[in-house]
Design a protein around this ligand. Sequence first.
Ligand code: P6P
Length: 334
Amino acid sequence: MRGSRLVTIESFIIEQERLFPEATGELTNVLYDVALAAKVISSYVRRAGLAAVLGRAGAVNVQGEEQQKLDVLANEVMKHVIQKTGRVCVTASEEDEEPVPVTVEHRPGKYVLLFDPLDGSSNIDVNASIGTIFSIHKRMTPEGTPGTLEDCLQVGRSQVAAGYVIYGSSTILVYSSGVGGAHGFTLDPRIGEFLLSHPNIVSPKSGTYYSVNESNYDRWSDGYREVVRVFKSKKNARYIGSLVADFHRNLIAGGIFMYPADKKSPQGKLRLLYEAAPLAFIAEAAGGAATDGERPILDLEPAALHQRTPLVIGSAEDVAFVQKTLAKATAGAA
Ligand code: P6P
């Protein structure tokens, strides 16, 4: 970082807090806590092959997915760091069937934290990039009481902050507080600090890459088949099978990620509250877009904690092309 100011995530968040005159600093502290949890998880991911945390945990999560040891560990780290600080009233995780209220002895705070502690975990044992995704809302229920499911079931547009951590060739935390754009911080392992590396991320309006699991082609609608037929002739296919890694590449370089609804997954595979909505928040903050193929992800009203949604996310013009093509196919089929 020769010649450039070393801007830590902590100092940057405090700067950002000044954009909100009514800020009390509690949201700032929740973001600190998430950054701390990310450092701890990163330390385990970086030595996964050595620290006996590879492999299966021998259990299945609420999604019916085989839990990896690192899934369970990352989930416990997120809850341990967040629960005791009195800034959050409830947490909800892909790995927990129900929300976990913060009990009174920890003085339930005014925020809600939803997260996928380690997305893409099937890639852990083969050293492919994986990630943590987080979403922060203000509570809806009375202060001072343990948080509830109602506090978790909020529309994406009402997030007060959201972001993700990608454990790739380096560990990068990207977040947005809704105003002032999306910003990336790279963990410098020499000093254990997240340092500003991607200020004011602006996603290209259209991109080189398209990311979709084409082995599902036979189960797609005609509209998605037409979209991919066009993309094949104009773009490059890149699909890591790790949402955060595919999303981050497309955010920075330009491109689109799609996980359509299909005959096997009529609601799509990815979860609304702690995968699609936080990434949509980042995408829009960076000038991109995110829909379920038709409606903005941030406007979808959640009815259940682990609700799934089809996801089309990335460069704004590419997302608009998908929406137009799907609408034309639907009209044609009518
Ligand atoms: P498929 C990983 O399991 C995940 O939840 C996302 O990270 C990824 O984008 C998607 O599923 C991959 O799913 O069906 O293509 O293997």
